[in-house]
Unconditional design. Structure first.
Length: 254
């Protein structure tokens, strides 16, 4: 059974963002996400500008809309949580309407809309970053931003061994099915629980072996990456600073 340890989130295209320095994309997107987090619903203009910035980046990334929608499904848990807010968050107690003997509160509706907008915009930026930047380029960018080498090592190993663990799970499932295992209700989950425990133990032992092997080859806690050539972009930084500025102005006005 073939296995693959490379991530396939990045989209190889001739997009301008693909050629841009990863450290610029990381810091710029972080600033934009930070500004979105402090958005208020009272100012529709500010929300519209932030949305225009985010979907402008989506357009420049040349990411297929179908691929974008598929990856956007990651925010479904947040959407489900937000749908309960109109019934739970009372705030000042103002009731907007009633639905099946349940009160829908104005504060809850406002919070639901705010979460849906912010989560969608932030997840969209994350999708754009992973679609235009490979894993090794993200690590390279974090090094350029002087992030702690320990955090970079943890991040890089997590990326590497998430794929390894997924491949192990696939092999175990194939092995179980070849022995007649079939998921047919709660009673059949017991073998799956045993297999999950065995995978965790196997993963821990494998990690120990790999770590000892790396130490024997001179690993000292830092990853050495070769210098790479990218194009600089003051435009992206300017857009990020503009995003933070309008968010700050919005907060000061309110």
């Amino acid at each position: 059974m073939e296995t693959s340890h490379s991530h396939h989130l990045e989209i190889h295209s001739d997009s301008y963002l693909v050629k841009t320095k990863p450290e610029i994309k990381i810091i710029s997107f972080f600033l934009i996400i930070l500004s979105i987090a402090f958005l208020t619903l009272e100012n529709i203009l500010t929300i519209s500008i932030q949305a225009l910035i985010v979907f402008g980046f989506l357009k420049v990334s040349k990411l297929k809309f179908s691929t974008y929608l598929k990856r956007l499904s990651i925010d479904i848990p947040f959407i489900l949580f937000a749908l309960f807010l109109p019934f739970m968050s009372k705030g000042d107690g103002e009731v907007l309407t009633n639905f099946m003997n349940l009160s829908i509160y104005q504060t809850g509706v406002n919070e639901m809309i705010a979460i849906l907008i912010k989560i969608t915009l932030c997840v969209t930026l994350a999708i754009i970053l992973t679609a235009t930047t490979s894993n090794i380029e993200i690590i390279y960018g974090l090094q350029k931003l002087k992030v702690s080498p320990l955090l970079i090592s943890i991040f890089s190993f997590a990326i590497r061994y998430i794929d390894v663990f997924i491949d192990e799970v696939k092999r175990v499932r194939v092995s179980m099915r070849s022995r007649g295992y079939a998921e047919k209700g709660i009673k059949t989950l017991k073998p799956l629980a045993f297999a999950s425990g065995a995978l965790l133990i196997r993963g821990y032992e494998r990690g120990e072996r790999v770590y000892n092997s790396m130490l024997s080859r001179g690993f000292r806690g830092t990853l050495e990456l070769k210098e790479r050539e990218f194009i600089s972009s003051n435009t992206i930084l300017f857009i990020a600073i503009f995003s933070v500025t309008i968010s700050a102005i919005d907060q000061l006005i309110l």
